[in-house]
Write a protein that binds this ligand. Structure first.
Ligand code: URA
Length: 213
């Protein structure tokens, strides 16, 4: 169950997703529980984000007859994790699509120029693949915009952006910069605070995932 709005944003508000997300939001939820829930939720989000994968028909033999069987067409899809929290969304989607390719992109914000600076970039061949960029939090949108720009430069033509939580500011920023990139999110929260955190949110997704705070 998901609500696709005609503004390129799909809210995946399946009850299982919302229930798991509510547990993740709780301050008292442990690192191991948070990590496990992110993996479970990413599988459910992955199910929705791949809903329109094109199918081709292949004639197979069942034990009884020939059958035109639907199979996913084209090159294997590619997941791109924005480091470091994006990595927490990868395994659940791989549980669903084990043959997916995986790339990583690392960006940090230069405190003086506020520009995104790349510190890591390793991706498979991106041409003619669906590229799903994953990051749990779409906050200001600056990192997402920079990541998508970099992936387009590297040859990506068909990109979707998948996150767990988003802020209206981040969605606007990404959609304004890349209107061809649909956004999938489990929830759109209220606003960003002065430190760029999503409110009510769940805190720092990387810290909660890796127990670094
Ligand atoms: N990144 C996070 O991890 N949390 C936020 O709330 C915003 C950005």
């Amino acid at each position: 169950m998901s609500k696709a709005k005609d503004d390129g944003v799909t809210v995946i508000d399946h009850p299982l997703v919302l229930h798991k997300l509510s547990i993740m939001r709780r301050k008292a939820t442990s690192t191991s529980k948070f990590r496990q829930l992110l993996r479970e939720i990413s599988l459910l989000l992955g199910y929705e984000v791949t809903r329109d994968l094109p199918l081709a028909f292949e004639t197979i033999e069942t034990p009884l007859t020939h059958y035109d069987a639907p199979t996913i067409e084209g090159k294997k899809l590619c997941l791109i994790a924005i480091l470091r929290a994006g990595d927490g969304l990868v395994q659940g989607i791989l549980d669903l699509v084990p043959s997916a390719r995986v790339g990583h992109i690392g960006l940090y914000r230069d405190p003086k120029t506020l520009q995104a600076v790349e510190y890591f970039f390793k991706v498979p061949d991106l041409a003619d693949r669906l590229v799903i960029v994953v990051d749990p939090m779409l906050a200001t949108g600056h990192t997402a915009v920079a990541a998508v720009s970099r992936l387009k430069k590297a040859g990506a033509q068909h990109i979707k952006f998948l996150c767990l939580l988003s802020a209206p500011e981040g969605i606007k920023c990404l959609r304004d910069a890349h209107p061809d990139v649909p956004v999938f999110t489990a929830a759109i929260d209220d606003h960003l605070n002065d430190h760029g955190y999503i409110v009510p949110g769940l805190g720092d997704a990387g810290d909660r995932l890796y127990g670094t705070k």
